[in-house]
Ligand binder design. Structure first.
Ligand SMILES: Cc1cc2nc3c(=O)[nH]c(=O)nc-3n(C[C@H](O)[C@H](O)[C@H](O)COP(=O)(O)O)c2cc1C
Length: 220
């Protein structure tokens, strides 16, 4: 198959360095809001790239569950392939792409586990079947002989923890926060003259609490 004649002209928006907000989180929330309004399905789904000690990058989708003052949070199995990568190398990058808005956002930073209390609070909020599903998928990314094995484990766990019972939050499951160092907002424009504005966290900030950001325009 050859896709070399396939091209679209992107003309839905623009980004000006002078008018972007001082905080990239404000712009991130604004763009997520617009993606939601434009009916993008799961606009908080993001590709997460990690790289362990083997130096081989891996990428997969996870769901952003929260935007905090310093970063973004997602939940997963700490013993999964991505969990192993993160244990070996906390640097990661995530990517959002919303075709409907001709926009891409790249976020990079370092990852750390969030508080166990916060993970437990979220786990307990999940539907019962999702909680059971998380128990079945242990270790996530490990090999399983066939689908029947998974289904039998699921049924057994449904017996062990009927709907009315609390499923204990597993130690191997929880949230990670990516503390953001850099965010690039990309808006498609005509003639491949796309707008790219990148925010870098100001490392000269004297106080840990006062985070300032500088912006740059990048060539497309
Ligand atoms: C739309 C979508 C949302 C997903 N959300 C999550 C998630 O929030 N957490 C998670 O662990 N896996 C999620 N997954 C599954 C991951 O993409 C991946 O298959 C799994 O986490 C194992 O990845 P790993 O082997 O690299 O650790 C999602 C997949 C899709 C397609």
């Amino acid at each position: 198959m050859d896709f070399t004649d396939q091209r679209l002209s992107y003309e839905k928006g623009r980004l000006d360095q002078q008018s972007v907000p001082a905080s990239p989180f404000e712009l991130l929330k604004g763009w997520i809001g617009e993606a939601t309004e434009k009916q993008v399905q799961e606009p908080y789904a993001m590709s997460l790239a990690t790289c362990g000690a083997d130096n081989k990058p891996s990428v997969r989708i996870v769901l952003m569950r929260e935007i905090t003052e310093t970063g973004i949070v997602f939940y997963t199995n700490y013993e999964s392939a991505k969990g192993q990568d993160i244990a070996e190398n906390p640097n990661a990058e995530v990517l959002f792409f919303w075709h409907e808005l001709e926009r891409q956002i790249r976020i990079s930073g370092s990852i750390a586990k969030i508080d166990t209390d916060k993970s437990a609070a979220y786990f307990q909020k999940r539907p019962h079947d999702s909680q059971v599903g998380a128990l079945v998928s242990q270790p996530q990314s490990g090999e399983v002989a066939n689908r029947e094995v998974m289904e039998q484990t699921f049924d057994q766990l449904q017996t062990d923890y009927p709907e009315s019972t609390k499923v204990p939050t597993p130690e191997f499951w929880g949230g990670y926060e990516i503390t953001v160092d850099k965010i690039e907002f990309w808006q498609g424009r005509a003639n491949r003259m796309h707008d790219r504005i990148v925010y870098n966290r100001d490392t000269n900030s004297s106080s840990k609490d006062i985070v300032s950001w500088n912006t740059k325009r990048l060539l497309p």
